[in-house]
Design a protein around this ligand. Structure first.
Ligand code: MN
Length: 321
């Protein structure tokens, strides 16, 4: 999925000033955003109170939605740069097409990982014949300066490592968790994991004290470090933890997101991550002119036009919010 906001804002984030060095419990509420005609998502990042968690720069949670009699997800071709997109499903399926010619159906608990590098475009849609329910998360990982010009590529991993403990199965989506490593290519020290908890169970998850973390709830009733986190909300946990206590009141599905704090200041606009307003303006010009981002073949409909840039110039930000 993507950012389809017609009134897109320029967001500056990254930098140590945003990171909480010690363990905290900061509950983040979602912002409801309409995507296209039928889909509404809950946006957790960027959030008014928090822009990034490690290199994780964008988190949308959607569904479960009954799309039996609807087209479901229909996101026309649009461009990306400077980031990786992560598609993660609990229900349903998403057909991915991109300007490299990839054509893949991503299913529940499979990793769809698209590395935009300097430029790519893609579309995402529910296939014509689809499951009744659609439930998932769309996430972006910011690429560090040293790697943000890499050649674009798409990876589809159907067999991910699973770390188990009584009452817990943790699928490693990206990076490392408890010594298990995802096959997805990463460019910063990072963790993304799907936590499946059995109702009534308790578990302690080993963490890296140098990472900052957050937990997104996708389903069920669970407590994260003693805090009830309802589906569609996210608990920011800060840094300095060696483990995380989890308790499931009912069967619950969570996502653990973490990573080394992202030191570089980034500029986000629409579906792009850059380092300056000039880079964003250039990307907008290139997409509008049909250059650089390639062409997605096979999607039934025109590509998305880029929104106007706000009239106010991007102002440099201090380290504190
Ligand atoms: Mn996208």
């Amino acid at each position: 999925m993507s950012n389809l906001d017609r009134q897109a804002a320029v967001t500056v984030c990254g930098g140590r000033g945003f990171v909480v060095a010690e363990p905290v419990r900061e509950l983040l509420s979602p912002r409801r955003v309409r995507l296209g005609e039928s889909t509404e998502v809950r946006r957790l990042l960027p959030n008014l109170g928090r822009r990034m968690v490690g290199a994780w720069a964008f988190v949308d949670h959607y569904g479960p939605d009954d799309i039996a009699d609807e087209p479901g997800m229909q996101v026309p071709p649009h461009p990306h740069m400077g980031l990786q997109t992560v598609s993660w499903l609990h229900e349903g399926e998403v057909l991915h097409r991109d300007s490299l010619g990839s054509l893949r159906t991503v299913r529940p608990r499979e990793l769809g990982l698209m590395t935009s590098g300097r430029a790519i475009s893609h579309s995402e849609e529910s296939p014509r014949d689809h499951a009744r329910l659609l439930h998932g998360a769309q996430l972006w990982v910011a690429l560090p300066d040293a790697h943000r010009q890499v050649a674009p590529h798409f990876q589809h991993h159907t067999d991910l490592p699973v770390v188990t403990a009584p009452g817990l199965a943790a699928t490693v989506i990206l990076g490392t968790l408890d010594g298990a490593v995802s096959p997805g290519t990463v460019y910063t020290p990072i963790t993304g994991a799907d936590l499946s908890l059995t109702g009534g169970g308790e578990a302690r998850l080993p963490l890296e004290p140098d990472f900052e973390y957050a937990v997104l709830s996708m389903s069920g009733e669970a407590e994260v470090d003693g805090v009830p986190v309802l589906p569609g909300s996210m608990l920011y946990l800060g840094c300095g933890r060696t483990e995380l206590p989890l308790r499931a009141v009912s069967d619950a599905g969570l996502m653990l997101l973490g990573g080394e704090p992202f030191e570089e200041e980034i500029v986000m606009f629409w579906n792009w991550i850059g380092r300056s307003q000039e880079e964003i303006e250039q990307a907008r010009e290139d997409w509008t002119n049909g250059t650089r981002f390639g062409e997605v073949k096979g999607y039934d409909g025109p590509p998305l036009p880029a929104p106007e840039l706000p009239a106010t110039r991007l102002k440099p930000r201090g380290r504190m919010r």
